[in-house]
Design a protein around this ligand. Structure first.
Ligand code: AMP
Ligand code: MG
Length: 353
């Protein structure tokens, strides 16, 4: 979905050079004041158009950094994907109910640990064991028919974050019930976007932005600016199925922004619109039109919170984000055909353009 404006595929001229003023001394050229050019690359990854935009000194370096970063993204996807049957996540899901404790990679451990923490904090509104229930609703979407009570009941029995046991001392995991299935769709893209920015930074490219559709992570800002310009999407009325640009533009640096909503992924059955986001506490798909945008210090936090707040709704959702250090959010929903917008107390103090 949505959201940010950057050049497409072609290098753009450098925005400027940096001069560093050394206190008490003459004007000095900073060591990092070389000529930087903006590059943008896009590939399909994690089921979305995944874009990397960054500043580098030349085309050859940019191309090789982009290739390596996209390889890294592909590796992470082969760990975290619930679509790929041989991903580490899918193999872990297949051990459900076996009683086995499975050691996992650092990447999977980090996402599982963040997810379980958020499950606790959100009172179970965010829950990565939701896989079986998501499957039921995906089938409903294909068949355009609501799932039956019995089918949903069975799926609900196979879900529940308390049946996912993490053993920190050995970074291993046990899925306590049989036929459990983990789904990281609500949190993995933000994590991987953050890892892509960190990967580029480790190669000396610090002015970078990674965008996995609506999950965006920014590193250092473009030269001479406060941050990356990110135009936020908004719910639009009276045609709420069409996302629009809100006119609000963030200047984001060393932070993340994620947007969650049902603009593209929903099914309409008998005039009711069912989102791809599920309330794990009931097994029901969210029916209210909601769009949540979260700004947080890192991608995994922003992405997890946007999904959690979409489930919790305006009051509990904003409270959860208010209580998360460094996080702020805007929440939109439709009330009597009109868009209603609320935000956390820190939202207006974000670096707006
Ligand atoms: P997002 O766009 O970040 O809100 O993620 C939506 C995706 O998260 C869905 O397509 C599901 O794969 C997954 N999901 C749906 N409901 C939940 C939930 N309550 N907790 C965690 N993940 C969920
Ligand atoms: Mg999310």
């Amino acid at each position: 979905m949505n959201l940010f404006r950057v050049g497409r595929f072609r290098p753009e001229p450098a925005l400027g050079q940096f001069l560093a003023w050394m206190a008490g001394a003459a004007l000095t050229l900073s060591a990092s004041a070389e000529e930087l050019t903006r590059y943008s690359f896009e590939r399909a990854a994690m089921g979305v158009p995944f874009r990397l935009t960054f500043y580098a000194t030349d085309q050859a370096l940019a191309q090789s950094a982009s290739d390596a970063a996209f390889d890294h993204v592909a590796t992470l996807n082969s760990i975290l994907s619930d679509y790929e049957p041989e991903s580490e996540l899918s193999r872990l899901s297949r051990t459900a109910g076996s009683g086995k404790t499975i050691p996992v990679s650092q990447a999977l451990w980090q996402v599982l640990e963040s997810s379980q923490k958020l499950a606790e904090q959100s009172g179970g509104a965010f829950d990565i064991t939701i896989g079986p229930i998501v499957d039921v609703w995906r089938r409903a979407r294909r068949q355009r028919a609501l799932p039956g009570e019995r089918v949903l009941g069975i799926a609900r029995h196979r879900a529940g974050f308390r049946h996912l046991e993490l053993l920190p001392s050995e970074k291993s995991v046990r899925l306590l019930r049989s036929s459990m299935r983990l789904d990281l769709g609500g949190i993995a893209k933000g994590y991987v976007a953050g890892e892509a920015v960190a990967f580029l930074r480790a190669r000396g490219i610090s002015r970078a932005l990674a965008a996995a559709s609506g999950d965006i992570v920014a590193g250092d800002p473009p030269p001479g600016t406060r941050g990356w310009r990110i135009a936020l999407a908004t719910l639009a009325s009276p045609h709420p199925e069409q996302p629009a640009v809100s006119g609000q533009v963030l200047a984001l640096a060393n932070a993340a922004v994620s947007t969650s909503g049902d603009t593209y992924q929903y099914v309409e059955i008998e005039g009711v619109r069912y989102s791809h986001i599920i309330d794990p506490r009931t097994g029901d798909a969210i029916r209210e039109r909601r769009l949540v945008t979260v700004v947080a210090p890192d991608g995994v936090t922003a992405d997890g919170l946007d999904t959690a707040a979409s489930v919790l709704g305006i009051s509990a959702g904003l409270e959860l984000i208010e209580n998360t250090p460094g996080a702020s959010a805007r929440f939109q929903h439709i009330v009597e055909g009109e868009v209603s917008t609320s935000h956390t107390s820190r939202w207006p103090t974000l670096p707006w353009e």
